[in-house]
Design a binder for this molecule. Sequence first.
Ligand code: MG
Length: 402
Amino acid sequence: MKVSLAGSTGSIGLQALDVIRQAPDRFEVVALGANRSVAELAQQVAEFRPQVVAIGDTSLAEELAASVPPGVEVLAGQEALATLGEQGDVVLNAVVGFAGLPVTVTALRTGRRLALANKESLVAGAPVVQAARARRGAEILPVDSEHCAIHQCLGDRRHVGPGTGRADGTGSAPPPPVDVSRLIVTASGGPFRGRSRAELADVRVEDALTHPTWKMGPKITIDSSTLMNKGLEVIEAHELFGVDYDRIEVVVHPQSIVHSMVEFCDGATLAQLSEPDMRLPIGYALAYPDRLDRSLGAIDWTRLGRLDFHSPDLSTFSCLALAYEAGRLGGSAPAWLNAANEVAVEAFLEGRLAWLAIPQVVEEVLAAHRPAALREVADVLEADAEARRMAALAVERRAAAA
Ligand code: MG
């Protein structure tokens, strides 16, 4: 299997290379790309010898070209990152945030398997992504642990249809599997589980960056602390599996052992359990329908102890409720939700916005949402840009008032 890896220097990218390193007879890296980490990328090129390497920041192209072996094609710029979507048999999109959209769309439009670790592209660009997913040969294998769990519980691939193309060029989620009554998406609850609003007034960046069970990049770790990550995952689950929002439930499960569940119409519930290790879903998405013959995350049942489940606190962690709202609105609303969240999270990480103000910014921007038809990537970029402008103003207003 020839693998093209976009976002190879991030947390998922590094773990994917570890999976590939352990199965050299199964996988071959044909393309690698990162946004700015040029030294690390050059090191990866030396080890994995891809034919193509792409760097998003054009100012680093010369440095990269000088440090890779002759014969490796060096591409630069954001368009170059998108061309990683048309390399190999499977494209692993591990780009962080909305910037991953072109990779997602290119991979599907060229009829490839997309191993999707970039939920934002599917959430924000669903009408465009679903239309691309309806292309012959195109398929999405979720790398997100929850959706990978649901995919495993659904088992037989007839449960998961392709995206549905519409006459106007947009697409929608596949029809839901007929025998599924509910998807139960588990959430660790993040570092602030159980705290009240008052206790969260002075959250520091370091506190929010400390996740109890998963080691991840900064953006998703903050999203986990606000439950926006779970909100984006609810939309992702709807788009991947076609199940209505009324039948997608989030439960807090602090141990992060049950990665999600599917309840069938006869009352049976299937769950996928493993120790939290992202290399398992990465390997699953790359090797599907086979399984890796290396055990990652196997459970020691004698030490497991207990598994707890309870309802999320939607008033303190209102990002989850906002995501349901945007998902139900559909169209361009999830793009607005996502853009506002990315702006707010960046401002929080830079110390310009309070943690409690993240959902406020998202709510304010979502309330101003103007629906637009998303037929092309350009339409999604426009919706994203408009929402970002509004979110930036909302952040500034709060900074000025503080
Ligand atoms: Mg997840």
